[in-house]
Design a protein around this ligand. Structure first.
Ligand code: OAK
Length: 815
């Protein structure tokens, strides 16, 4: 599939050529002699060189794309959490050795140079990062696949910890410019909001005319997505909102200066900020505007390009185009594509509907009810009058069909409506308007089929499928853990690095018994732990013991992810050490990180608790080197790249049935950490892959949780009353143990008064037991490294290359 074009010109493909080009470029950007240049200049110069190289290939790819020889995949997503790009580009170009050696010879610090790149936080967490991994894999495999989203002016906030609490600071990621995007004002399109719909009959056909609307200009910024050592360069297109005229002159001339300004800022507000709530639906008008904004703009360009290629006709569109919608935020693709086909292209409804369903596929990323999008009908109707009419018609026909086919199931039919209870149910719209609906891990897909979307599954069984998530090993292992990459190359050869070939890491299995290999693996882990310890010392002033177990839980802070369970166990260990400072425990460092949505008060309390406990434990001389707790502030992609390679225990302890998949679990695994987790999300598949002897599992199963939730029978107070450890710990949360002002009544109440929704107390004893088991295994380093090797050897299926290949076969059928 890879595009091989002999004409692609490589300007700097030798060390000498690169050295010359780099020095010249640094002097151009700085206006100074190379010897006077700053790290910033050097970063800008390398970024420019990389872009020059990539854009040459990009042009070849784009002209190929215009010819539409292959089916194109478009990922519509409200988030793309891409992380820093410079090093990824360098590696994908195959320039890594050349660049590293040359910079070294020139006395340039490559790590410092990379840190000049502001990590663009254009996503909250799993959903947005998955898209970035998928773009990387799609390009690596040579498939034409592109992203379509929003170019937020402010990404996710920067998290600071002040007085143990999360404080949010604006993330001004564009402050120094961004070298990897190309703005294309000539490809800007108009997005229409509000106004009225007038109906006219033209030649016996109804025409729907949207008038008196508020226009907003969508301007595309394209970021190249370079495939790993091939000639594929795809695009991530992010839209920025601008007023149609930079200034509303007529209003201004009438003396209404403020009003003219207001129009401008109203338009710009659409792409101003990424909503920081992960798994929480707020129903704000601005968010609805954002959703329609990138859907409308993205579809317009795709349709324009398709028609240009197809002599002005939309016939055959689904054979050449896949519109993949990442959760329900882009679900307006369904009525918008219908609007284009029916209103603008004149197709009959049934033909247009068939084309729409064939073009669109949908992935669900959560079963948490609070994340389900339901827009008030009047809001949609006012903001998007014509789109709303189309939703109404889709709903009417759907309910009619259901009542025709299942006349005795009127209640069920109505429960599946898109419009009900005064709301537009976006998940229903997405399912009804797609040919494929999938969950992101086997267990999650099962829950979708049997619970969340059970009624839809009964009606459309063939639409439902499952594709387990994956992550790009190129960023999260080869790039961030070069020591491990080299060890693997030296041990089993380099074939495993070929895109789509990571399963050949299984060749490593015999080495699980090889003492010399295991020793080397342990040494690499130790070096990575030292690197993380250095980072934490420099940024937080906390000294870690790299000989202790590094036990890590890094992810968004959410009740269902149960960081609370982790910290309660830390308090238990602390209590044990206080009563017996000489207890024979394996020294352990608990590392936690993650952001809480600014309005999620409970999650912020959990952050405060972690930090308060860390303060207390780390400053207690009794504890010595046996226990440390660190909360690393501002968890983002670049911090993650330092943390994963250093981890030994991967904490994946969500309440079973709640974590759709998880992807951190995969990143840890491919770096040799052992999973300590519940049988939830993709943990189940990790356990299956490595065998139960090579993971530490504990806790309620999803069925047990389901049964408690549906039939009752759980009383957290009973658990508390029968466990003296819990009595002591929960007492400490409210009795001033952590300082007069450091009470945690809200957490205490959630566990005892509100019956512990996420089964933290219920899973506490099994969690403590499995932690003890893990510590004991760690005493036997041979055994630990063996397990670690087995985990790495089986991590190939969790490459996003495999996910993309699965999507290709099950959903898009590009080939
Ligand atoms: C965020 C907002 C709305 C809906 C879903 C999310 C989200 O981030 N979900 C996460 O998606 C990841 C990628 O599929 C999964 O690995 C996580 O389990 C899931 O929580």
């Amino acid at each position: 599939m890879a595009i091989t074009d002999k004409n692609t010109k490589h300007k700097v493909n030798t060390k000498e050529a690169f050295r010359k080009a780099f020095i010249k470029k640094v002097e151009e950007v700085s206006g100074e002699d190379f010897s006077e240049s700053t790290t910033r200049h050097q970063y800008e110069a390398l970024a420019e060189l990389v872009m020059e190289e990539i854009t040459a290939e990009w042009a070849v790819n784009n002209s190929r794309l215009h010819k539409m020889e292959e089916k194109q995949i478009y990922f519509f997503s409200i988030e793309f959490l891409i992380g820093r790009l410079l090093k990824a580009y360098v590696n994908n170009l195959g320039w890594d050795t050349m660049v590293e050696e040359t910079l070294n010879e020139l006395g340039v610090d490559y790590e410092a140079l990379q840190s000049e790149e502001h990590d663009p936080a254009l996503g909250n967490g799993g959903l947005g990062r998955l898209m970035a991994c998928f773009l990387d894999s799609t390009a690596a495999l040579g498939f034409p696949g592109h992203g379509n989203g929003i170019r937020y002016k402010y990404g996710l906030f920067e998290q600071k910890i002040i007085n143990n609490e999360q404080v949010e600071v604006a993330d001004i990621w564009l402050k120094n410019g961004y070298p990897f995007e190309i703005v294309k004002p000539d490809k800007a399109v108009v997005v229409k909001y509000n106004g009225d719909v007038r109906v006219e009959e033209v030649n016996g056909k109804m025409q729907f005319i949207h008038e008196n609307y508020d226009p907003v200009l969508a301007v595309p910024y394209d970021i190249p997505v370079k495939g790993y050592r091939n000639n594929t360069v795809n695009s991530l297109r992010l839209w920025s909102a601008k007023p149609v005229e930079d200034f509303d002159l007529s209003t201004f001339n009438q003396g209404h200066f403020l009003k003219a300004m207001q129009r401008k800022s109203e338009a710009e507000s659409i792409s101003q900020i990424l909503y920081p709530s992960d798994h929480g639906f707020e129903g704000k008008l601005l968010r609805l505007k954002q959703e329609y904004f990138f859907v409308c703009a993205g579809l317009k360009r795709i349709v324009r390009r398709y028609k240009k290629h197809n002599h002005g006709s939309m016939d055959g569109f689904p054979d050449k185009i896949c519109i993949h919608i990442n959760d329900t935020h882009p679900a307006l693709c369904v009525p918008e594509l219908m609007r284009i086909l029916v209103d603008e292209e004149g197709y009959d409804w049934d033909v247009a509907w068939d084309m729409t369903i064939k073009s669109i596929s949908f992935t669900n990323h959560t079963v948490l009810p609070e994340a389900l999008e339901k827009w008030p009908i009047d809001m949609v109707q006012k903001l998007l009058p014509r789109v709303y009419q189309i939703i109404e018609e889709i709903n009417r026909r759907f309910i009619n069909d259901m009542n025709w086919f299942y006349p005795d199931q009127v209640d069920r039919n109505y429960s599946m409506a898109i419009l009900k209870d005064g709301q537009v149910h976006m998940a229903h719209l997405a399912i009804i308007g797609s040919h494929s609906v999938n969950g992101v891990a086997e267990l999650h897909s099962k829950i979708l089929r049997e619970e969340t979307f059970r009624d839809f599954y009964a009606v459309f069984p063939d639409r439902f499928t499952s594709v387990t998530n994956g992550v790009t090993q190129r960023r999260f292992m080869m790039g961030s853990n070069p020591g491990l990459k080299t060890l693997l190359d030296d041990t089993i050869g380099t074939d495993w690095k070929k895109p789509g070939n990571m399963c050949s890491l299984e060749a490593l299995l015999p080495y699980a018994q090889d003492a010399a290999f295991c020793q080397k693996l342990g040494d690499i882990k130790h070096a990575n732990k030292e690197r993380l310890a250095k980072y934490i010392k420099e940024t937080q002033g906390i000294v870690l013991n790299p000989d202790s177990i590094f036990d890590v839980q890094v992810k968004r802070i959410h009740e269902y992810k149960r960081q609370l369970l982790n910290i309660l166990h830390v308090i238990l260990t602390y209590n044990q050490l206080r009563s017996n400072p000489n207890a024979d425990i394996v020294p352990k460092t608990y590392i936690l990180a993650g952001k809480a949505a600014p309005s999620y008060v409970y999650a912020k309390e959990v952050i405060r608790l972690i930090n308060v406990v860390a303060d207390r434990v780390n400053n207690d001389p009794l504890v010595k080197d046996k226990l440390k707790v660190v909360f690393v502030p501002n968890f983002n992609v670049s911090v993650a790249e330092i943390i994963y390679p250093a981890a030994e225990i991967s904490e994946q302890i969500s309440t079973a049935g709640k974590e759709a998949s998880g992807t951190g679990n995969m990143k840890f695994m491919m770096n040799g950490a052992l999973t300590l987790g519940t049988m939830d999300g993709a943990n189940v598949e990790i356990a299956e892959a490595v065998g139960m002897d090579n993971v530490f599992t504990f806790g309620l199963s999803d069925t047990e949780v389901y049964n408690y939730n549906t039939h009752g029978g759980y009383r957290s107070l009973e658990v508390y009353e029968s466990d003296s450890r819990l009595q002591e710990i929960l007492g400490q949360l409210i009795n001033g143990f952590f300082g007069e002002s450091a009470g945690f009544q809200m957490i205490y109440d959630s566990l005892l008064l509100h019956n512990d929704t996420y089964f933290v107390l219920k899973d506490f004893a099994p969690y403590v037991d499995i932690q003890d088991i893990a510590s004991n295994v760690y005493r036997d380093q041979k055994q630990w490294q063996k397990m670690s090797t087995i985990n790495i050897a089986h991590s190939g299926i969790f490459s996003s290359d495999r996910s993309i290949e699965d999507y290709e076969k099950r959903v898009w059928k590009v080939k």
